[in-house]
Design a protein around this ligand. Structure first.
Ligand code: GLU
Length: 288
């Protein structure tokens, strides 16, 4: 089977050196196997997107000499596909509307004596999972704001605890109920990252997902979704993240590490790539 990888940036700010690392990981893994590396624009959350960043992203990629294979997939063109998948999950009885606000969830979690999850935030304790059907209908009819959540208990009843493989960390077992009932859609946001990424990786035939270690926990959620949707399960490779001298993860909002600012400061593409190589030799510490 040919290897297919992808680089899937969210253009909610200028491309930065962390993105470059993710892009190179995907490109190299594909090249090492004579495979293909695809590009996908993850702009599903339109509230966070600015069109100028998308244009800048293409400019930066061209300046860096990074190229991708085949057609670019753009999430904002795929709302109908996500809607159909949500409908499928609804038909399977795996979705329910949740009327809790963020503050209410925070309070519920605190009252249960739980701390927020390190990378996934406040795991939803399932408050709206078993509301009486009449009350749900009443709230929906009254237009009470709500999200659509995945019922992980039902997911687990359906698929059990499936495994997935990480190229660095080996075989992993996914326990769906350990991640809370995640949001798959909301009014202004037709599909969450979790739903879109799973559907899109399958649609693009991605065989190897390379991405930062900050998304390792999310992969369990993605594996659960693949299970209920009957989608193929790619292999995963979660790479270490770049850090500054103090060991702090480079933030996306840190403009100084954007490709555009390095370009503006007179760096050549080769110098940027060499700096990244040096950072990787130093255990991921970026010093430019
Ligand atoms: N769009 C995500 C980001 O820019 C990456 C998602 C993924 O690789 O699965 O951080």
């Amino acid at each position: 089977m040919p290897v297919i990888t992808r680089f899937a940036p969210s253009p909610s700010g200028p491309l930065h050196v962390g993105h470059l690392l993710a892009a190179l990981q995907a490109r190299r893994l594909a090249d090492a196997h004579g495979g293909r590396c695809l590009l996908r624009v993850e702009n599903i959350d339109q509230r966070a997107q600015h069109p100028e960043y998308l244009a800048l992203m293409y400019e930066d990629l061209a300046w860096l000499g990074l190229s991708f294979d085949g057609e670019v997939m753009v999430q904002t063109r795929r709302f109908e596909v996500y809607r159909a998948v949500l409908e499928q999950l609804r038909q399977q009885g795996l979705l329910y509307p949740c009327f809790c606000t963020r503050t209410e969830i925070k309070t519920q979690v605190a009252e249960m004596g739980r701390a927020p999850h390190a990378t996934l935030g406040y795991l939803y304790p399932g408050t709206c999972r078993n509301l009486p059907p009449e009350l749900v209908q009443e709230k929906l009819a009254a237009g009470v704001p709500h999200t659509w959540r995945l019922d992980m208990q039902r997911v687990q009843d359906l698929i059990g605890c499936p495994t997935w493989h990480d190229l660095h960390r080996g075989t992993q077992r996914c326990v769906p109920t350990a991640y809370g009932d995640v949001v798959l859609a909301r009014k202004d946001f037709p599909a969450s990252y979790h739903l879109a990424v799973v559907v899109d990786d399958a649609a693009q035939g991605v065989t190897h997902v390379t991405r930062g270690a900050d998304l390792f926990d999310s992969t369990h959620i993605h594996r659960a979704l693949q299970g209920v949707l009957g989608l193929p399960v790619p292999q995963y490779c979660h790479h270490a993240l770049l850090r500054d001298n103090a060991g702090k993860r480079l933030a996306k909002r840190d403009g100084a590490r954007s490709i555009a600012s390095l370009r503006g400061a007179g760096f050549t593409p080769q110098q940027v790539l060499d700096s990244l190589r040096t950072a990787l030799r130093r255990g991921g510490i970026w010093q430019v």
